[in-house]
Design a protein around this ligand. Structure first.
Ligand code: GDP
Ligand code: IMO
Ligand code: MG
Length: 401
């Protein structure tokens, strides 16, 4: 019996898809429990790239796949992805919230009305979760039963003129075929000795409560949300894999204290191919921020770290890592205060990483001394063991420490 959560420790796009694919051979089932089609989780296998948005990234391993009640389900995108990936098994919880064309429209409208845009993915995520709390969203079971979304007064209040009559009919058959009590199924599997892998979307710093509000997403992204978003008992989760890049990226607006600009930023963006998996937008890049990572490790109860994209840093002439924040000149490891007060990051300068033949370094298990220096710094600052180091997109380009 094993229940592991894979969670992002930064602003998303840490490489969760790669890690889920990598470890899922040791699991029987994989589960999405938060977010929606705003997620873009990449798996590269023998040169072929697959980007998962709603279906768990363990699909290529032929595992049992689940979409929990905490997910925002866009039925059109789900069906398109299903047809592309052709998973052998997929169960969607009837209580999950459905993203409607109204939600997607409202997402754009709210961005327009806001003074400063958040830079959402435009997938209707904020309105889906908000409308659920307003108690006007359809659930998966409603659409499966052919019930159309109908919140006329809300539509007119916002000036929405779409017609959703007959909308549910397009999706009801698919949803009826794939609908089932995910919460109950997961517990049954667990009790019969199966191993479960929970795949979080987004990252800790995009959590609506703990992240850099208001520049966040609209469902919780931290590991404890498994108990709500999958209906799985929280006291049965015994392993939390925190995924982090060896530097920092962010797509969309919001604070980013170690952000780089100019040639160094351009090089990291180019080498790391830092363009959004969902929207194709260029990602903002910067030095690794261990003050925020330390905060994320604590909130998620991380038990082991996957350190990704080390290859991107090799060949750069400098390597900096933020290890403290200064507020009024005083150095601390307090991240929470930065949510309302501007800190000045304090950096450790590491020996820059040389150009490296990563394939042979990984094959032999001998990483460059400079890479090991970074691993040690991460372990020292977070108090958690780096379990996996990744230095390439392919499943094979990873080494367990
Ligand atoms: P996720 O949202 O956390 O699953 O991450 P994304 O898939 O959005 O973005 C991570 C990107 O980095 C993808 O294109 C991955 O294929 C790629 N990637 C993952 N690990 C590594 C690595 O170690 N090195 C390099 N160069 N690319 C990686
Ligand atoms: P994965 O799972 C990176 C960001 C958006 C925007 C903010 C709100 O691939 O790591 P939303 O559409 O959720 O209302 O947008 O959150 N964002 C992500 N950034 N990776 C993601 O997912 C993201 N999902 C949302 O760019 O800043
Ligand atoms: Mg992504």
């Amino acid at each position: 019996m094993k229940a592991t959560v894979v969670v992002g420790l930064q602003w998303g796009d840490e490489g969760k898809g790669k890690v889920v694919d990598y470890i899922s051979d040791q699991y029987d089932a994989a589960v999405r429990f938060n977010g929606g089609a705003n997620a873009g989780h990449t798996v590269v296998l023998n040169g072929k790239k697959t980007v998962f948005h709603l279906i768990p990234s363990a699909a290529l391993r032929g595992k049992l796949l689940f979409i929990g009640p905490g997910v925002a389900v866009d039925p059109q995108r789900l069906i398109d992805e299903y047809n592309e990936v052709k998973p052998g098994h997929l169960l969607v919880d009837p209580r999950a919230t459905v993203t409607t064309p109204f939600d997607i429209w409202l997402d754009g409208k709210l961005e327009e009305l806001r003074g400063s845009r958040i830079g959402t993915t435009g997938r209707g995520i904020g309105p889906t979760y908000a409308n659920r709390l307003y108690r006007v969203s359809p659930r998966v079971c409603d659409v499966a039963m052919g019930k159309d979304p109908d919140f006329g007064p809300l539509y007119s209040a916002f000036g929405y003129s779409g017609d959703l009559n007959g909308w549910s009919k397009m999706y009801s058959e698919f949803l009826r075929q794939h609908m089932g009590d995910v919460s109950q199924e997961l517990l049954s599997l667990y009790e019969s000795g199966k191993a479960l892998l929970f795949e979080s979307a987004q990252g800790t710093l995009l959590d609506p409560i703990y992240g850099t509000y208001p520049f966040v997403t609209s469902s919780n992204t931290i590991a404890p949300y498994v108990s709500i978003g999958a209906g799985f008992p929280f006291n049965k989760v015994d392993d939390v894999v925190g995924v982090m890049k060896a530097y920092q990226t962010r797509v969309g607006a919001g604070p980013f204290f170690t952000e780089l600009s100019g040639p160094m930023a351009d090089r990291i963006r180019a080498r790391g191919n830092e363009y959004g998996s969902t929207t194709g937008r260029p990602r903002r890049v910067g030095w690794l921020d261990l003050v925020s990572v330390r905060y994320a490790v604590r909130l998620n109860g991380v038990t082991r770290i996957a350190l990704m994209k080390l290859d991107v840093l090799s060949g750069l002439e400098r390597l900096l890592v933020a290890v403290r924040y200064r507020y009024n000149g005083k150095a601390t490891v307090d991240f929470a205060r930065s949510l309302y007060e501007q800190p000045e990051p304090e950096y450790a300068e590491l020996d820059p990483m040389p150009e490296t033949d990563w394939a042979s370094a990984i094959r032999s298990g001998r990483l460059p001394r400079e890479a090991l220096g970074l691993v040690e710094l991460v372990e020292r600052e977070t108090g958690v063991k780096v379990w996996l180091v990744s230095a390439g997109q392919e499943r094979a380009m990873s080494v367990e420490m």
